[in-house]
Write a protein that binds this ligand. Structure first.
Ligand code: GAR
Length: 218
């Protein structure tokens, strides 16, 4: 079992399978930190139940009750600050964040996106990759900057696209890889090995390519 070195606060909007992967990594001693809260912008997000069952503090901040994105993000930032996280983990948090929120947590705000960034930001990534005839898809963990679903990559894993793939079958192949990739990438940030520079990420003082360090599951 490793010693926990940091606090992680996880933001979700839905299913929470990546959250579950973090909890499993923590329980098996593979996470260099402890999850101290899970915050959802959707009151009915199934991931909230996963957090409650694990005894993790939960918060709901319903974005539909706010008139502006700015007002929601200001309140969200306050809640996140209350937990003093070393790393803020966006795990299927399907909201565009304001520049003010992103700036407040710069260098410790990370996201996972199911594509080989910088390709296919935004929605329907798997279908768009299939339609474009890509032979590889995958997932990328990146530092969040003001760009949607982009920002300097930390760790990236490739998954083959196979003949006859649908968006669903490809997503089902990528998701378990996300679950291995994300806690690993978070560890790199928690331990200070991966840091955000001006416009790129560094790993052990090496400047990383835009998609981050390549990693393949065993
Ligand atoms: C994951 O596939 C994640 O990569 C994606 O949402 C899903 C959340 O699933 N995130 C994005 O598309 C971000 N733009 P989960 O709730 O089961 O972790």
């Amino acid at each position: 079992m490793r010693d926990a070195t940091g606090r992680l606060t996880v933001l979700i909007s839905g299913r929470g399978s990546n959250l579950r992967a973090f909890l499993q990594a923590q329980q098996s001693g593979e996470l260099d930190g402890e999850i101290n809260a899970v915050i959802s912008n959707r009151p009915q997000a199934p991931g909230l139940e996963i957090a409650r069952e694990a005894g993790i503090a939960t918060e709901v901040l319903d974005h539909t009750l706010f008139e502006t994105r700015e007002a929601f993000d200001e309140q969200l930032a306050q809640i996140v600050h209350n937990y003093s996280p070393d790393v803020v983990v966006l795990a299927g948090f399907m909201r565009i964040l304001t520049p003010a929120f992103v700036a407040a947590f710069r260098g410790r705000l990370i996201n996972i996106h199911p594509s080989l960034l910088p390709k296919y930001r935004g929605l329907n990534t798997h279908q768009r990759a299939i339609d474009a005839g890509e032979r590889e898809a995958g997932a990328t963990v990146h530092f969040v900057t003001a760009d949607l679903d982009c920002g300097p990559g930390i760790l990236q894993a490739r998954v083959p696209v196979v003949a006859g793939d649908s968006a669903e079958s490809l997503a089902a192949r990528v998701l378990p890889v996300e679950h291995q990739l994300y806690p690993r990438a978070a560890n790199l940030v928690l331990t200070g090995r991966a840091v955000l520079g001006h416009d790129s990420a560094r790993l052990d003082d090496r400047v990383l390519p835009p998609g981050g360090e390549q990693w393949q599951p065993a």
